[in-house]
Design a protein around this ligand. Structure first.
Ligand code: NAP
Ligand code: ZN
Ligand code: ZN
Length: 370
């Protein structure tokens, strides 16, 4: 099958789309399995990227299992993508073949609504940003993510990746990194502030690292006794086992900001009571059930319950540059794609330190199946 250029005069020849090996969920109830997809031939503004590594986000599980509703199958998950540019369209100015490149959770947006103009494309209202997978682009085509060997993305939604950092450990910055960096910056969490991070998983460990790097006093909340020592190594000033009522009570009324990264339904009531006057508890975790909120915990301290979604393209680049400057990456366990279903099962048992990253070499023909 071929793709005919849609920009007459700029790209005249008919370029073939590329057959690309991938792994996909064919339904909400079946394991992730090998699947072939087609990537479009680069349009004038497109960057074609050979994917080297892709992080495994809990959102991949929520969507592959249709926990949020509206999932599109077959689905190729993956939105923490790092790779190398293989070719660029005729109008591309920001990238050239051979450059390192990253792709996060979105690959396009309307570019004209207020939020897009403000560089907050993730909140595009026209009608919404095109997500990297489980979404439809402006032509109605389904998008496929990073559990594959290549991707083609408009240059305005591609990030520059430093060669100073470990590449595989950089991949999770594209979602877990920006999703925690953005709210900490928005609410000015830094020196003199007391920050709580709920859940020590992929997002949580990045929130902890950023909070520490920004100079906040960081308290890590965890349900896992086995993560206490790690949390301290990652930068926590204190660690609280959240199921221990006495430990929780000892922090009552003291937090400026609490970042909730928990993936499963849970009780926020006990955490709201830990906020100071004017404190903020910000959800980034996205459980599939509504939360129950005791309003007196909010109005008794003029507290806010907030939410935050990933971050804009400019802020994602700022975060990547900050990480390159400060030597911040994710703590990862590298896996071949053939272990993806086991990785999902382990994440659901809170058993990952602290992000699985797929080595996409394992997708290439002849790779060892493990
Ligand atoms: P993850 O690596 O699986 O970590 C989640 C952590 O939450 C676990 O390690 C565990 O930490 C804690 N947890 C899990 N179940 C719990 C329960 N029943 N009660 C209390 N704590 C529990 O997941 P992730 O990739 O960091 O993603 C976290 C959530 O953020 C997901 O819902 C994901 O969809 C969402 N997300 C949102 C955005 C956004 O834009 N807002 C972006 C990316 C992801 P402990 O072992 O320390 O207790
Ligand atoms: Zn994610
Ligand atoms: Zn928009």
């Amino acid at each position: 099958m071929t793709h005919t250029a849609e920009y007459p005069g700029k790209q005249t020849k008919t370029s073939p789309a590329t057959q690309t090996p991938a792994f996909a969920a064919l339904s909400a109830k079946t394991p992730i399995e090998p699947f072939q997809i087609e990537r479009r031939a680069p349009r004038p503004n497109d960057v074609a990227i050979d994917i080297l590594y892709c992080g495994v986000c809990h959102s991949d599980i929520h969507q592959a299992r249709d926990e949020w509703g509206g999932s599109i199958f077959p689905m190729v998950p993956g939105h923490e993508i790092v790779g190398r540019v293989s070719s660029v369209g005729t109008a591309v100015r920001k990238f050239k073949a051979g450059d390192l490149a990253g792709v996060g959770c979105m690959v396009d947006s309307c570019r004209v609504c207020e939020n897009c103009k403000d560089g907050e494309e993730q909140y595009c209202t026209n009608p919404h940003a095109t997500l990297t997978y489980n979404s439809r682009d402006k032509n109605g085509e389904v998008t496929y993510g990073g559990y594959s060997t290549s991707i083609v993305v408009d240059e305005n939604y591609v990030l520059h990746i430093s060669d100073k950092l470990d590449l595989a450990a950089t991949a999770p910055l594209l979602c877990a990194g920006i999703t925690t960096y953005s709210p900490l910056r928005h609410w000015n969490v830094g020196k003199g502030k007391k920050l709580g991070v709920m859940g020590l998983g992929g997002l949580g460990h990045m929130g902890l690292k950023f909070g520490h790097a920004f100079g906040a006093h960081v308290v890590q909340f965890t349900t896992s006794q086995s993560k206490i020592a790690d949390a301290k190594k990652l930068g926590a000033d204190e660690v609280v086992i959240s199921t221990d009522a006495a430990q929780m009570a000892s922090h009552a009324g003291t937090f400026d900001f609490i970042l909730d990264t928990i993936s499963a339904p849970h009780d926020v009531a006990g955490y709201l009571n830990l906020l100071k006057r004017d404190g903020v508890l910000c959800m980034v975790g996205a459980p599939d059930e509504p939360l129950s909120v005791p309003v007196f915990s909010l109005l008794g301290r003029r507290a806010s319950l907030a939410g935050s979604g990933i971050g804009g393209i400019a802020e994602t680049q700022e975060m990547l540059d900050f990480c390159a400057e400060h030597g911040i990456v994710s703590d990862i366990e590298m896996i071949p794609i053939q272990q993806i279903n086991e990785a999902y099962a382990r994440m659901l048992r809170n058993d990952v330190k602290y992000r699985f990253v797929i080595d996409t070499n394992s997708l290439k023909s002849g790779a060892v199946q493990g």
